[in-house]
Design a binder for this molecule. Structure first.
Ligand SMILES: C[S@@+](CC[C@H](N)C(=O)[O-])C[C@H]1O[C@@H](n2cnc3c(N)ncnc32)[C@H](O)[C@@H]1O
Length: 294
């Protein structure tokens, strides 16, 4: 795929997420540059290096393409992988994971043309499989990492989040697909089993049902025991941040809601730190960036 064949976009929510991440990466490598750790940037949905529009496909089930797409494609803009390679001081290593072979071949070109070529590793595969391997099999005592999880939809399993937290070494930025979640939470409470399983897999618990639904009092809605949706965006965001807090050392209290150009919420951009010693300062920096980024 040549860069011209990609449909580029630069909607303000994509701009915002990369600005927030970029600010954090700058602060991170500066703060840790004299520490005895190998610093690694892991991009588990690396894309091509450029920003691009989502295209429907079987792997992207659960994505809300219409809401993700911004009306006016803009100029060629750096995606997360290119942005991360421009951070100064640089990371010691970069790990780019991508499920699509076509997109990975664009990343290969990026690696081969980069001054940091020797520091870049590419992995073709599913982010959950690759991250489980990285989290469980790397020796995290001498390493610290920032992980960026930037899915189009609900691709990240809760077991992956738990594995990241268990490293006690990774700071994680994740786009939580709040719009996709809200859409699966039907008003009637009649949720197809497949959707319910996906929600349970995302939250890592079936308790979302009690949190988001209420049994109607007798006589209402025509029958007894009927459940109705009883949650708003804040409730969904609250449960997700609570779930992160249950496994990470600390979590930013002010995740950023990202909206499309018509004002519809799309993603909640969240930060969690796995290292107990570093978490207070990491949370302070991330919280400051989340609050002050225009
Ligand atoms: C939102 S885009 C990433 C954009 C990129 N972070 C950027 O800023 O340019 C999501 C990417 O994840 C890839 N992807 C989708 N499912 C995946 C999975 N399960 N594991 C790894 N990559 C996946 C898609 O092929 C797509 O390139």
């Amino acid at each position: 795929m040549c860069a011209r064949q990609l449909q580029m976009y630069g909607g303000s929510w994509t701009e915002k997420k990369l600005q927030i991440l970029s600010k954090y990466l700058e602060a991170y490598t500066k703060a840790l540059k004299n520490q005895p750790f190998e610093l690694i940037y892991i991009d588990a949905f690396a894309g091509t290096g450029y920003r691009e529009l989502p295209t429907a496909g079987p792997d992207d089930e659960g994505t809300l393409f219409a809401e993700l797409v911004e009306p006016d494609p803009q100029q060629f803009l750096d995606g997360s992988a290119r942005m991360a390679l421009g951070i100064s001081p640089p990371f010691h290593r970069y790990m780019f994971i991508e499920k699509s072979g076509t997109r990975l071949s664009e990343l290969k070109k990026l690696r081969d043309s980069s001054d940091l070529c020797d520091r870049i590793e590419l992995k073709l595969g599913d982010c959950n499989d690759e991250l489980l391997d990285i989290c469980m099999n790397w020796d995290w005592r001498g390493q610290r990492a920032v992980l960026f999880l930037d899915p189009f939809g609900m691709q990240v399993d809760w077991s992956t989040i738990e594995a990241v937290a268990r490293t006690r070494a990774i700071d994680m930025w994740i786009l939580f697909p709040i719009s996709a979640v809200n859409r699966l939470l039907t008003q009637s409470g009649n949720i197809p089993t497949k959707w319910a399983d996906r929600l349970t897999n995302l939250f890592g618990t079936p308790t979302w049902q009690e949190e988001f639904y209420q049994n109607a009092p007798d006589g209402l809605f025509g029958s007894t025991g009927v459940s109705r949706k009883a949650c708003d965006w804040m409730d969904i965001a609250g449960l997700w941040n609570e779930r992160l807090r249950s496994v990470f050392a600390d979590v930013a209290d002010n995740p950023r809601m990202l909206h499309n150009s018509t004002g519809a919420p799309l993603f909640l951009f969240c930060f969690a730190a796995a290292n107990p010693k570093g978490a207070p300062i990491a949370k302070r920096i991330a919280g400051h960036i989340l609050e002050h980024m225009e």
